[in-house]
Write a protein that binds this ligand. Sequence first.
Ligand SMILES: NC(=O)c1ccc[n+]([C@@H]2O[C@H](COP(=O)([O-])OP(=O)(O)OC[C@H]3O[C@@H](n4cnc5c(N)ncnc54)[C@H](OP(=O)(O)O)[C@@H]3O)[C@@H](O)[C@H]2O)c1
Length: 337
Amino acid sequence: MPNKTYSLAFLGFGNVGHHLARLLQSKTDELRDRYGIEWRLTGVATRRLGWLAAARGMDVSAVLGGRAESVARAEGAMGAWLSAARPDVVFEMTSLNPQTGQPAIDYIRAALQSGAHVVTANKGPVVHAYRELTDLAATLGKRFMFEATVMGGAPVFSLFRETLPASNLLGFRALLNSTSNLILTEMENGNSFEAAVKKAQDIGLAETDPSADVDGWDATVKVCALSTVLMGRPLKPDDVDRQGIRGLTGEAVRAARAGGHPFKLVCRVVREGGRVRATVQPEQLPIADPLANVRGASSIIHFDLDTLPAGLTLVSHDPGPDTTAYDMLADFINAVK
Ligand SMILES: NC(=O)c1ccc[n+]([C@@H]2O[C@H](COP(=O)([O-])OP(=O)(O)OC[C@H]3O[C@@H](n4cnc5c(N)ncnc54)[C@H](OP(=O)(O)O)[C@@H]3O)[C@@H](O)[C@H]2O)c1
């Protein structure tokens, strides 16, 4: 099969976007030799940069070096940007809006309608518009892919899509928020809640305002994405019974570990008749439970399936923007191959 050159456009160019650009650069030869995929970057858009496009391709090193404006032309807005960049694939990596998923939903709709596949790292569009965007993509003969949205580095969605035919997901238990798990681990190691939050901020895991993580919102949005896609039960954040880890003291966390029942921020979803019940809350787990022994920034999910009586467990070890970028690269290859 002859090689094909794909025009790629980045919508959002923060942490994940920089890792993705570097990963694409480092995998250029392998993509060509193993998959016949060649690529050029024809669009980059952020609030600060505006809508930059160059249909013939940009110097990616210049873009990574902060000189995007020197290698691309500014377009007015999304529509003009898509017309100028003519992307085959749009990588959507803008910030999460947990309440509505906007403006990313509108961006993705427009990108699909322009004839591009869309690969996103953003949970908002999955929680608030999964069915609409998936159906729209199918109608247009394109793909809407979102492996990077939950458990970076563990292929949760493609696992079900590609390798578990005729299985039904009955429920799952999981630790889905890296920051909370790291904070609990640091508290077990002797830190106060405040010192543990500071440590998570210092290594770049927690944001300046850590409430999305420590109050359980990030885990809740991931629960909604998983229930919506894998169980066919759309959930919104307000449908989840949510409690974060803010109320736990260092003494309580250390006593729980010493007593053999450590605290974890546990996500649970179970089918109940035609509905699902979802909770995100601190729970004390027996030490023999695999979830109890996942420490630091790592995540874990245990699936209950009608086909595998003992279930199936996936662990993502120390996920970060690099593993998120890899999930997006994998989606790109799977979308076009
Ligand atoms: N970091 C991770 O490890 C990770 C893991 C899984 C999923 N994700 C998801 O991946 C996405 C990107 O994460 P990140 O860590 O790269 O975030 P980030 O470093 O904050 O970058 C976000 C980028 O999106 C741009 N942006 C935000 N709102 C925009 C808008 N309305 N229109 C155009 N551009 C907009 C920002 O541009 P300006 O700076 O100009 O505002 C910035 O370039 C988020 O949805 C996040 O939840 C991240």
